[in-house]
Design a protein around this ligand. Structure first.
Ligand SMILES: [Zn+2]
Length: 272
């Protein structure tokens, strides 16, 4: 499933193809995504210049002139590629953003959990975006912030940092790795962790996401989004997917549990 690093990698890869071109045509081959694509959308956006390609959480935000926005979510299996417009579409290629440059941004999504929505006016006020927590790679996200948000909260810290109202983009793999690096047990109550430990955790979250984005930048072409693993970054995993294997820090067998319906691996010695 595309997580924040894959979406950001996609954004960076598409940005030079998209910005300062004109969206000559929005071609919808299949409206049946997670929510049906508005049939009036192509007419509303055709002919508009693309001002910027941004991201909020796991949404790609295509800013068009005249304060029109397109919000694209990759869902479970979606991806977008920049291709010559003459490239014949394949079976799961549901949407084409046809550009005046001769390129097309092609969205394919075999499982169709992705979505495309048009927004007029301030996009960050959209119901799907306005209650999201801060971006993890900005200064607004810090140990101090996590500490203040977690007071009196009894939920497990892993579920807490995976809550998009707390912070966006910390998926299962990144939560597990960051908790290991910070030495924090994944089921410890969020409200019972001291400020200094949250400083380490915020730093670890920023580090694992930055490393994944850096790795993804070089392997974008190979990214298929066809399973739960990002396909890169695997050699650097300390705990994710390594249940019963020896901890790389202390050698003890890593333990595997279910936590908030998600598989969770941790080291019983290194994480407290
Ligand atoms: Zn260990």
């Amino acid at each position: 499933m595309p997580e924040l690093p894959e979406v950001e990698t996609t954004r960076r890869g598409l940005q030079p193809h998209a910005e300062n071109t004109t969206l000559t045509r929005l071609k919808i081959r299949d409206h049946r995504l997670r929510w049906p694509v508005d049939p009036a959308l192509p007419e509303r956006v055709a002919g508009r210049r693309i001002v910027s390609l941004g991201r909020r959480g796991k949404y790609l935000l295509i800013e068009l002139e005249g304060e029109q926005w397109l919000m694209l979510h990759l869902g479970m299996s979606g991806r977008v590629r920049a291709l010559p417009a003459t490239t014949p579409p394949q079976r799961h290629d549901h949407i084409d953003f046809v550009l005046d440059s001769g390129d097309v941004l092609r969205f394919s999504d075999p499982r169709r959990f992705g979505s495309l929505q048009g927004v007029c006016g301030p996009v960050l006020a959209h119901p799907l975006l306005r209650s999201l927590g801060p971006e993890p790679l900005t200064e607004a996200f810090s140990g101090r912030y996590l500490w203040s948000q977690s007071r009196n909260r009894r939920m497990a810290v892993k579920a807490f940092i995976m809550d998009s109202h707390v912070v966006v983009g910390v998926g299962n793999i990144y939560a597990a790795e960051a908790l290991y690096r910070a030495g924090i047990h994944p089921s410890r109550a969020a409200g019972r962790i001291a400020a200094g430990r949250y400083d380490r955790l915020a730093g670890a979250i920023k580090a694992v996401l930055s490393e994944a984005i850096a790795a993804g930048g070089t392997t974008l072409r190979d990214y298929r989004g066809s399973n739960d693993d990002p396909g890169f970054f695997q050699q650097d995993l300390f705990v994710y997917g390594r249940g019963d294997q020896p901890c790389r820090g202390c050698g003890r067998a890593l333990r595997s549990i279910r936590l908030a319906q998600r598989a969770t691996v941790y080291c019983p010695r290194c994480q407290r």
